[in-house]
Design a binder for this molecule. Structure first.
Ligand SMILES: Nc1ncnc2c1ncn2[C@@H]1O[C@H](COP(=O)(O)OP(=O)(O)O)[C@@H](O)[C@H]1O
Ligand SMILES: [Mg+2]
Length: 220
């Protein structure tokens, strides 16, 4: 469950949004849309505790994020897989190691790590690139590594910021299939996107951010 209650976030004396409320129930898939600069990335940062709101309350699962001490933020992060818009892959680590790093806190044996990472790389159709370095991959391939890294620890929540931004339709469909599978297994999924095709006709909830308000609609 993700709840934002009357959230105001101010940068440089200007509110990005004011009194914004939304709720995504546990196990749901929901989409966030809106023009560039509307605050979509900021909204995700508030949910995973990288930014604090100026007003309002945020609840993520059992966590009162707005009241969480800074040193507890890593515990919140263990429950959230994040697909960053700017990737944040480590250039001096292989694809395999970039994904395996997301399992560090999970105390698995080396054999279990190998199996888990290989499985997710197979799902994302990148097993053949496991020993490559990120900068030798195409943009779409790098994006798939970021998605693999977000999924590998089977988090309770996945937040994805424009996860199909650099992909053709076929790759985008493959990625959406993976989000659907992980959602079907109980993970709450929240996807920021400009691509209407991802949610049209799915029946999932869409939150549109524009002019500091949120509309709710069902994409049926
Ligand atoms: N760290 C920051 N400091 C100051 N302004 C910021 C910061 N991050 C974002 N902004 C501003 O907040 C607004 C929303 O940004 P962002 O959440 O990245 O929008 P979106 O993801 O919808 O394109 C923009 O006007 C942006 O310039
Ligand atoms: Mg953004």
């Amino acid at each position: 469950m993700i709840v934002l209650d009357e959230i105001t976030k101010i940068y440089d004396k200007e509110p990005v949004f004011k009194n914004l409320s939304l709720r995504v129930d546990r196990g749901d898939m929901a989409f966030i849309t809106g023009p560039s600069g509307a605050g979509k990335t900021t909204l995700l940062k508030l949910i995973y505790g990288a930014e604090r709101p100026d007003k309002g309350e945020i609840i993520v699962g059992e966590w009162h994020v707005t009241k969480l001490k800074q040193k507890k933020i890593p515990l919140l992060r263990q429950e959230i897989g994040i697909v960053f818009q700017d990737f944040r892959l480590l250039p001096n680590k292989t694809v395999f190691d970039n994904v395996a790093l997301a399992l560090t806190a999970h105390k698995l044996s080396p054999a279990a790590i190998r199996e888990t990472v290989n499985n997710v790389l197979r799902d994302i159709i990148l097993l053949h690139r496991k020993n490559s370095y990120p900068l030798n991959l195409s943009g779409g391939e790098q994006q798939r590594v970021v998605i693999a890294r977000a999924m590998v620890a089977k988090p309770k929540i996945i937040l994805a910021d424009e996860p199909t931004g650099n992909m053709d339709r076929e790759n985008a469909n493959t990625i959406m299939g993976l989000f659907k599978d992980i959602n079907a297994k109980g993970t709450t999924v929240m996807i920021v996107t400009h691509n209407e095709e991802l949610y049209q006709g799915t029946g999932h909830r869409v939150f549109h951010i524009n002019n500091k308000i949120v509309e709710r609609e069902f994409a049926g």
